[in-house]
Design a binder for this molecule. Structure first.
Ligand SMILES: *Cc1c(COP(=O)(O)O)cnc(C)c1O
Length: 428
């Protein structure tokens, strides 16, 4: 495989950006080698600058549920763009996307558009604190919520901890407002509520944690959190930046039929453009400025081009059986790979159109500590073999894969064969 041009561009990029990238995982550090510079994408396929073609299961880390360069999205965007790209004043398009979302989602009554998932989470936390007039937040080890200061916290030792910052530049005093507990551990949550009874503004969780492997929690645990939060007048935030419009149109809340107090969205909502959102009941949302005292704003919030892409994408997601078909495709892929994986070198975990490969003997992996960091060397071998066979995954064994509606049966069969080749290499 010739990747000379990518390598050259990466060398140049290193002189411009820290690590040569504008977001860390893109640098390929966990799988080794140089990142591929992408030239173009269409449907389920992408092409790098050296002309190599890949079937893409990264899908821009989830947003592209229809695949790349979807014609309907492109045409709509093109039309909107010609009328100007930003006004900093309301447009009809914001109403349209909001109407599309709210009329098909019984879990939120009002929302606010922002420009990224991080921004959505950051605002949701502020809203929860403003609404409850409490300061502390509870998060789970192994959940990612964007690069919000108070959420860049990893667990310390002990079941219920204030943890340590997982990034330099986050003050100790911020970390002291964040309680960290392991996923799928009722005892830890109960202990946290006992210890900080009337201080916890919100519990935030990825209802389907998919940023550190796929750590399936199940409906019972989420229901337990719902009950705990209700009992302590703490708000439950579902961070559905990855699961929203992915597991169903109404995300994990819809899939499990659990009513959180605030939901955050990102990724798919913008049809490939930078959009995020947070939503809640009218009562909670009335705390947001200018109606209420919780300040939150954005120069490019509700950007007309991004709104248009969101409308064009989400309208297609509402088609009958859209999610059923996507899940069938994913099952076909996962079952096909499992079949060629006859020595059970790894396990596949899957929900809806999200899948994850874990080199493990464990039957279930429900918390971050269940993941064997040493196993990532096997993923590295798998990863590069798949690349050579024309299959592109997110470049880390902690990342999940995504299917889009553009993935064809032929793509899936090719991918299964690529796994077969990779498995042979792994066995040698
Ligand atoms: C991707 C992601 C974020 C951050 O979104 P950005 O758009 O990258 O800022 C937050 N929470 C979850 C669950 C995510 O998957």
């Amino acid at each position: 495989m010739n990747t000379t041009k990518s390598a050259e561009l990466f060398e140049k990029a290193k002189t411009y950006f820290p690590g040569g990238v504008n977001s860390p995982v893109r640098a390929f550090r966990s799988v080794g080698g140089n990142p591929l510079f992408i030239e173009k994408g269409k449907g389920s396929h992408i092409w790098d600058v050296d002309g190599n073609e890949y079937i893409d299961y990264c899908c821009s880390w989830g947003p592209l549920i229809l695949g790349h360069a979807n014609d309907t999205v492109l045409n709509a965007v093109d039309k909107t763009m010609r009328n100007g790209t930003s006004f900093g004043a309301p447009t009809r398009l914001e109403n349209e996307l909001a109407e599309l979302i709210l009329s098909n989602n019984k879990f939120i009554e009002k929302l606010r558009f922002v420009s990224s998932g991080t921004e959505a989470v950051m605002s949701a936390i502020r809203l929860a604190r403003g609404f409850t007039k409490r300061n502390k937040i509870l998060k789970f080890e192994g959940c990612y919520h964007g690069h919000v200061d108070s959420l860049l916290v990893k667990a310390g030792s002990g079941l219920v901890t204030f943890g340590n910052s997982s990034s330099a530049g986050v003050p100790e005093s911020f970390v002291n407002e964040t309680i960290t507990v392991p996923l799928h551990n009722r005892e830890a949550v109960e202990e946290a509520f006992k210890k900080y009874k009337n201080d916890i503004a919100c519990v935030i969780i990825e209802p389907v944690p998919a940023n550190n492997g796929l750590l399936l929690q199940g409906k019972e645990f989420l229901n337990f959190l719902r009950d705990q939060c209700t009992a302590h007048q703490t708000l439950l935030i579902f961070d559905e930046v990855i699961s929203g419009f992915r597991l169903s149109f109404t995300g994990a809340a819809g899939l499990f039929d659990i009513q959180p107090d605030i939901i955050t969205y990102g990724k798919i909502i913008g049809g490939g453009f930078p959009v995020g959102a947070y939503g809640a009941s009218k009562k909670i949302m009335s705390c947001v400025s200018p109606e209420g005292p919780v300040y939150q704003a954005g120069t490019l919030s509700g950007n007309p081009v991004a709104m248009t892409a969101g409308i064009a994408q989400l309208t297609q997601c509402l088609a009958k059986d859209f999610y059923v078909k996507l899940e069938e495709q994913t099952s076909y892929l996962v079952e096909g790979i499992e079949k060629v994986n006859s020595f059970k070198l790894f396990k596949m975990f899957k929900l809806g159109s999200i899948f994850w490969i874990a080199f493990t003997d464990k039957k279930e992996i429900t918390s971050a500590e269940d993941i064997d960091a040493n196993s990532m060397s096997y993923f590295k071998t798998l990863y590069h073999s798949l690349l050579e066979s024309g299959v592109y995954l997110g470049p880390s064994g902690y990342e999940v894969g995504f299917l889009s509606s553009a993935h064809s049966k032929e793509d899936l069969d090719k991918t299964i064969s690529a796994f077969e080749v990779a498995l042979r290499k792994l066995l040698n």
